[in-house]
Design a protein around this ligand. Structure first.
Ligand code: FDA
Length: 396
């Protein structure tokens, strides 16, 4: 029973981000008294900056294959209980105008603020108590959970941890949820930065800097995963959607294999050019297929810039291989400073996929990015926040 005087609630949710707001609103609609705590000064900060201020709030083609986790099946139950279609229905019923970009990514036409408002509406209507600027100093579980904070002591039968990942500490990301999991003896899959640009050192760094600003469609391969999207050369190394996607799979020491001309059968094309334009330089022909500065870099040491007629079949085949299999070895990623997500987190083996509740600690739940479920780029991380938040909201 709920007794506000003593700061006692049915449910306390820690973290008023995407998953926490979804969970608090859902639990309150089910009749629970809910306290939502956050150390930040406002709710949903990452939602507000997401998608360049328009929030890529879900992806029409969401499936379990869009998530990394040590248990790739874990996310299936929550994703089917509350699917992308369910969130789209919420967005449509609220009259929020949206549009679709590449690969099923959905964005607000106007502002990400509308998504925060959409989540806040049931919280307001069903009486979720939201307490911001709250620093939690201690959590204990006896019969019930007891939280000590700078705003007093709060108690609840159920505690939901929705404190997110470690990316962008400047915006308030903390390892709070992981530390709490450790306190309760739960296993953690070691966290690393995901959806992050790559950095390079030495000669590779110098060469890539020359190309800063160039963007081209490539396919990037690492650890058996392939992404066919745009790649961007930056002053620090490589970025762009293809690179961010593969970075979640990359491990230190791995090479990237980049196909610079993924849709072209370059061997026969160059053989035809050898017949039709025998006197042209190879670099002139390549500059019709690839950005000029990139061709200049290749011609400055990576390939022999002969006339087309001088190229043997073998040389053409070797060149085609190089263009389809450009190998680069990053020295790291830019890390949590710019990463969009955290790969790893609370081990899903500790949790029920039907409720997000800990098997060992009844009443303790983890949802959203704090757990070891990480989406690809394209709206999948918010969808996981909605699906896991809703699932736990029904269960608490
Ligand atoms: P989220 O980070 O949303 O919320 C965690 C909350 O916990 C925060 O309010 C925080 O203040 C609070 N908290 C943390 N530590 C605490 C503590 N010690 N005490 C109290 N409160 C604490 N995804 C996507 O699908 N589409 C997109 O367009 C984008 N865009 C995007 C842009 C940028 C720049 C970033 C960094 C990330 C994205 N993402 C994204 C990823 C997405 O933002 C992320 O996966 C979800 O917000 C995760 O939801 P959670 O609720 O788990 O954490």
């Amino acid at each position: 029973m709920h007794n506000r005087g003593m700061g006692k609630y049915d449910v306390i949710v820690i973290g008023a981000g995407a998953a926490g707001l979804m969970c608090a609103g859902t639990a309150a609609q089910c009749g629970k008294s809910v306290l939502l705590l956050d150390h930040a000064e406002k709710v949903g900060k990452k939602i507000l900056i997401s998608g360049g201020g328009r929030s890529n709030f879900t992806n029409r083609f969401t499936t379990a294959a869009n998530y990394l986790s040590q248990n790739p099946h874990f996310c299936k139950s929550a994703l089917s209980r509350f699917s992308a279609a369910d969130f789209i229905t919420m967005v449509e019923e609220a009259g929020i105008a949206y549009h679709e970009r590449n690969h099923g990514q959905l964005f607000c036409d106007d502002s990400a603020k509308q998504i925060v408002e959409l989540l806040m509406q049931p919280c307001r209507e069903f009486g979720v108590k939201i307490q911001l600027n709250t620093i939690i100093s201690n959590i204990q579980k006896n019969e019930i959970f007891e939280l000590q904070t700078n705003r007093g002591v709060f108690q609840a039968d159920a505690l939901v941890v929705a404190t997110g990942g470690l990316s962008i500490p400047k915006m308030g990301a903390t390892p709070f949820g992981l530390k709490l999991a450790e306190q309760f003896g739960l296993k953690i899959v070691p966290p690393v930065a995901g959806l992050a640009p790559f950095t390079f050192t030495g000669k590779e760094k110098e060469e890539l800097q020359e190309l800063a600003g160039i963007s081209l469609g490539v396919s990037v391969r690492c650890r058996g995963k392939v992404f066919r999207e745009a790649m961007l050369f930056t002053h620090r190394g490589l970025s762009g959607p293809a690179i961010l996607q593969i970075s979640s799979y990359w491990k230190p020491g791995d090479e990237l294999e980049i196909d610079l001309l993924p849709d072209q059968e370059i061997t026969s094309l160059l053989k035809l050019k050898r017949l039709s334009r025998p006197l042209a330089q190879l670099s002139t022909v390549l500059a019709e297929l690839l950005p000029k500065r990139l061709v200049q870099l290749l011609a400055s040491g990576h390939i022999n810039d002969d006339r087309m007629q001088q190229l043997s079949d073998k040389q053409i085949e070797h060149l085609a291989y190089q263009l389809h299999h450009w190998r680069l070895k990053p020295n790291g990623t830019e890390g949590y400073r710019t990463a969009e997500v955290t790969v790893g987190g609370v081990d899903t083996n500790e949790l029920s996929s039907k409720t997000m509740e800990c098997r060992k600690i009844p009443g303790l739940y983890f949802i959203g990015e704090v757990m070891d479920v990480t989406g690809h780029l394209g709206g999948f991380n918010f969808q996981w926040a909605w699906s896991s938040g809703y699932t736990a909201g029904l269960a608490v």
